[in-house]
Design a protein around this ligand. Structure first.
Ligand SMILES: [Zn+2]
Length: 257
């Protein structure tokens, strides 16, 4: 039986850790110290390191962990991450024998040029591309790439569990409510997120179904989203121009606080 648990790092990063009580794999270890402490405390042997993209808060601990544990490091082939032993891209399958799992690699560029996701066991590790009720900033890719990557994730089965790399859900829900104040499921999600956070628990994983029902970046064809994004952008937006709506939303989110 495989468990997936978060190791907390920095302000709001989650280093998702897959383990079977004996071996473990970590996704996006931005800091080695909390990972080493967790592995030691639970007597777990590290079997693999997976990186979704090159940002420091995701790869800062890779060198130390790779040296100490001497394990394979998977990371996007298009990005320059030191210590990656297995560059990966769309279509690749990673087998981690110690955990008896296989993960598919998806290319989901936009936040960064080579950003990848890892998909398997009904779970997707999507780094900084899809967040709980939001999406990552556009740093290196194009708006069309980011939109396409999010659509790609949205097309996964509804019950796919979504493991994002940051706890941003509550702030994202505030923005989502500005986009879609009439969305009852969104209000319910806000109440649930508040309860979880008040208890010190993560709001993640979410699910593809929940994101499709509440995440404005996956709801660019909803009338209320189109109207509010248009008002903010000072544009007359029409349904049917999803990219324009998506772009207006992403730009509005950048200045929303
Ligand atoms: Zn990032």
């Amino acid at each position: 039986m495989l468990d997936i648990i978060p190791i907390h790092a920095f302000q709001d990063n989650y280093i998702w850790t897959l383990h079977n009580r004996q071996h473990a794999a970590v996704v996006d270890p931005g800091d080695a110290a909390p990972v080493r402490a967790h592995l030691d405390a639970h007597r777990l042997k590290l079997a693999a390191i997976l990186c979704t993209h090159h940002h420091g808060d995701h790869v800062g601990g890779v060198r130390e962990l790779a040296q100490v544990y001497n394990v394979p490091v998977y990371g996007p082939q298009l990005e320059n991450i030191s210590c990656v032993s297995h560059p990966v891209a769309e279509g690749d399958v990673i087998a981690i024998a110690e955990l008896n799992i296989r993960l598919d690699v998806l290319d989901i560029p936009g936040h960064t040029r080579g950003h990848v996701a890892y998909l398997g066991m009904g779970a997707v590790f999507c780094g900084d591309t899809l967040f709980g009720c939001g999406c990552g900033r556009l740093f290196e890719g194009t708006m069309a790439q980011l939109h396409h990557s999010l659509q790609r994730l949205a097309s996964l089965p509804d019950d796919t569990r979504v493991y994002c790399a940051h706890e941003y859900t509550e702030a994202n829900i505030r923005f989502a409510l500005a986009c879609e104040p009439g969305n009852a499921q969104l209000k319910k999600r806000q109440a649930e997120a508040r309860t979880l956070r008040a208890a010190g628990l993560p709001t993640l994983p979410s699910s593809i179904a929940l994101e499709k029902a509440t995440n404005p970046f996956l709801r660019c064809t909803e009338q209320e989203v189109i109207q509010n994004a248009g008002r903010e952008a000072g544009l007359e937006l029409a349904s049917g121009n999803e990219m324009t709506v998506f772009t207006a939303l992403r730009e509005w989110r950048n200045r929303f606080s």
